[in-house]
Design a binder for this molecule. Structure first.
Ligand SMILES: [Fe+2]
Length: 387
């Protein structure tokens, strides 16, 4: 959900005859959400989008919650991980989950995908921690780079091509509900308001349409019901000559998020960047610290009575935590207070600014570490506040 956008050629009136040079009709496809009541786009295909040649055997593509991990402050150390698998899908490792959201990492060995992916289970939010590349989808070519959030509406058919040089590290979030801009930052017609930390100019839709008319065999791995369904189509999925609407993938850089600061410590909602069903996403970015003469820049102890809170540490020194690395996740569960490590509060006094970057996920239902996530647990973390 961003704003109205169009690329390529579309007929002046929807649902009317729109013909190809050979006289045949382009095939119109309405991609709509919430039945016909949510945002939507109209796509115009060269070929029939149902031109299926073969359907392969589905295979499980899901994660299990490790409920035996129990109630404890948790630190997942993923800093040392270089690659997490061969290709984009096998490298996606979800480390925590509930019924609303899954979050994990992805560092594939192969930088180019020789198949397309379509997630029919949920919207995706991919944070590019390290890497630079291009996302090719039916909506066009989207250039992405370090610091970008990429919002991918469910059922978008896409593939990535990442540059071979340098590290590649993605934070991957799959959401059962739509991932949207924050409602309180929008006016009644959907425009982002003056006090929003980012506006429409910061939202980057696909820049250029890529239209492939070729026939052939094209594999699309479709995720639905926690299974991967290999579909072979008789033409390239990028056979779109034009589209328009509100539903499309886009990028928003964390570097374009303008922090809101105050005289005393500001609570996490000022960092909110996205909303979805059952969780929010916040961005912690470089900012000036609080300017009350007696201000304490470090956060206070805090009890989440009805949410679990995950911080992914992207860049910089986190003044309130010890032993946290770039690429660490902390999960502070509802039911336990959490706060700065001993010594860090006094140390923070007088600090003028921070250069930290972090992505926060706050869930409203309990979040569980997955069985794969257990491999990364720092066993000393729950006792790390001991004085
Ligand atoms: Fe917190």
């Amino acid at each position: 959900m961003a704003y109205y956008f169009r690329l390529g050629n579309i007929p002046p009136k929807r649902h009317t005859q729109f013909r190809q040079p050979d006289g045949s009709l382009f095939k119109e496809e309405l991609v709509s959400s919430k039945g016909f009541s949510g945002i939507y786009s109209n796509l115009y295909h060269i070929h029939n989008p149902n031109n299926v040649l073969a359907i392969g055997k589905p295979s499980p593509y899901n994660w299990e919650p490790a409920k035996e991990h129990g109630l404890q402050q948790t630190h997942l150390k993923t800093a040392g991980v270089s690659t997490t698998g061969k290709d984009y899908l096998s490298a996606r490792k979800m480390l925590m989950m509930n019924n609303d959201v899954m979050m994990g990492i992805c560092s594939p060995e192969e930088r180019k995908m020789d198949y397309y992916f379509k997630n029919a289970d949920g919207d995706e939010l991919i944070y590019v921690h390290d890497g630079e590349g291009v996302m090719f989808s039916q909506f066009g070519k989207l250039e992405v780079r370090k610091g970008d959030y990429i919002v991918i509406p469910r059922t978008t058919i896409y593939r990535f091509e990442w540059k071979e040089e340098g590290p590649l590290r993605l934070l991957v979030i799959e959401s059962h509900g739509p991932i949207e801009t924050v409602k309180r930052y929008r006016n009644e017609l959907g425009q982002l308001l003056e006090h929003s930390p980012y506006c429409e100019r910061d939202i980057r839709p696909p820049g250029e349409l890529v239209t492939e008319s070729e026939k052939g065999e094209y594999l699309v791995q479709i995720k639905k019901g926690g299974m991967l369904h290999p579909y072979t189509y008789g033409h390239s999925p990028l056979d779109i000559v034009g589209w328009d609407g509100f539903l499309y993938p886009y990028a928003l850089s964390i570097h374009d998020f303008e922090p809101i600061t105050g005289r005393i410590h500001q609570p996490p909602p000022v960092h909110q960047t996205f909303q979805a069903w059952g969780f929010v996403i916040c961005s912690f970015v470089p900012r000036l610290f609080d300017y009350h003469p007696l201000a304490i820049p470090a956060p206070y102890n805090h009890s989440n009575i009805d949410s679990d809170e995950v911080l992914y540490y992207a860049e910089g020194e986190f003044m309130s935590r010890k032993g946290i690395d770039r690429g660490s996740f902390t999960i502070h569960m509802g039911g336990l207070p959490h706060g700065p490590h001993p010594g860090t509060v006094e140390k923070s006094i007088g600090a003028k600014e921070t250069h930290e970057y972090a992505v926060m996920l706050d869930t409203f239902k309990p979040l569980f570490v997955t069985t794969q996530g257990l491999d990364f647990v720092d066993l000393d973390y729950p006792m790390s506040w001991k004085e």
